[in-house]
Design a protein around this ligand. Structure first.
Ligand code: URA
Length: 203
C-alpha cells in the first residue's frame, strides 16, 4: 500500500503533471488513504449469504464524520464517500494568511458529535499545522473523541506534525509522506507546490 502511495505521490510532486492528471491522481491517493483508515475504525462481523453459502463479512460499526478543511480538504471528500457512503460531512473553513502563515476562521458547520463517532479530518497538506491545530481544538470543544480521531493528509512537514502531536498526542495522523522541512514561505519541501492552486487551477 505504501508503494502505491509513493507512486501516486510522485505524479503529484511532478511540477509538469497537467491538472486533469493531478486531479485524478489526488483522488486515487485519497482512496488509498481512505483504505488505510479501515485499520483504525470500528468494524463488526456480519453474516452474509453469497450465491453459494453463508459466510461472515465486515461492516462499519460506528458513525463516520468526515471533516474537510476548506478549501483543499473538499477534494478528499468524494473519494472518502466511496468507502463511507453514509458518512456525515462537517465543514471547516480556515485560511492560512500567505504572509504570516497564521490560520483564520471563516466557516464552520459541524454536526452534533458523540464520543463514539469516528471523526476523520481530511487536509491534503499539513504544513505549519496551524489550521489542523485550530480544527482539532474546535472539534475537542464540541465533544470529539480525540483518542480515535484520524487526521488524514497526503504530504506533511515534520514541523506541522509536531504542532499537532504536541497538542493532541492521542490523535493518529495518516499521511502518505512526511517530507523534509518547511521553507521560509512555509511551503513543504520537496512537497508538491500549492495543492489547492494546482487542483483548482488558480495558480
Ligand atoms: N499548502 C500547500 O498546498 N502546499 C504546501 O507546501 C504548504 C501548504
Amino acid at each position: 500500500m505504501k508503494q502505491a502511495q509513493t507512486y501516486l505521490l510522485s505524479i503529484l510532486r511532478n511540477a509538469n503533471t497537467p491538472r486533469n492528471l493531478f486531479r485524478a491522481t489526488a483522488h486515487k491517493l485519497t482512496e488509498c488513504l481512505a483504505m488505510e483508515t479501515f485499520e483504525h475504525i470500528k468494524l463488526k462481523k456480519v453474516e452474509i449469504e453469497t450465491a453459494l453459502a453463508k459466510t461472515t463479512g465486515l461492516e462499519v460499526a460506528q458513525r463516520i464524520i468526515i471533516v474537510p478543511i476548506l478549501r483543499s480538504g473538499i477534494t478528499m471528500v468524494d473519494p472518502f464517500l466511496q468507502f463511507f457512503p453514509d458518512a456525515l460531512v462537517g465543514v471547516v473553513g480556515l485560511k492560512r494568511d500567505e504572509k504570516t502563515a497564521v490560520a483564520h476562521w471563516y466557516y464552520e458547520n459541524i454536526p452534533e458529535l458523540h464520543k463514539d463517532d469516528q471523526i476523520i479530518v481530511v487536509d491534503p497538506m499539513i504544513a505549519t499545522g496551524g489550521t489542523g491545530y485550530e480544527t482539532l481544538k474546535m472539534l475537542k470543544s464540541k465533544n470529539a473523541n480525540m483518542e480515535t480521531l484520524l487526521y488524514v493528509s497526503m504530504v506533511s512537514a515534520p514541523e506541522g506534525i509536531k504542532v499537532i502531536k504536541d497538542a493532541f498526542a492521542q490523535t493518529t495522523i495518516i499521511t502518505a509522506s512526511t517530507d523534509s522541512h518547511l521553507n521560509d514561505k512555509k511551503f513543504i519541501v520537496p512537497g508538491l507546490g500549492d495543492f489547492g492552486d494546482r487542483y483548482f487551477g488558480t495558480e
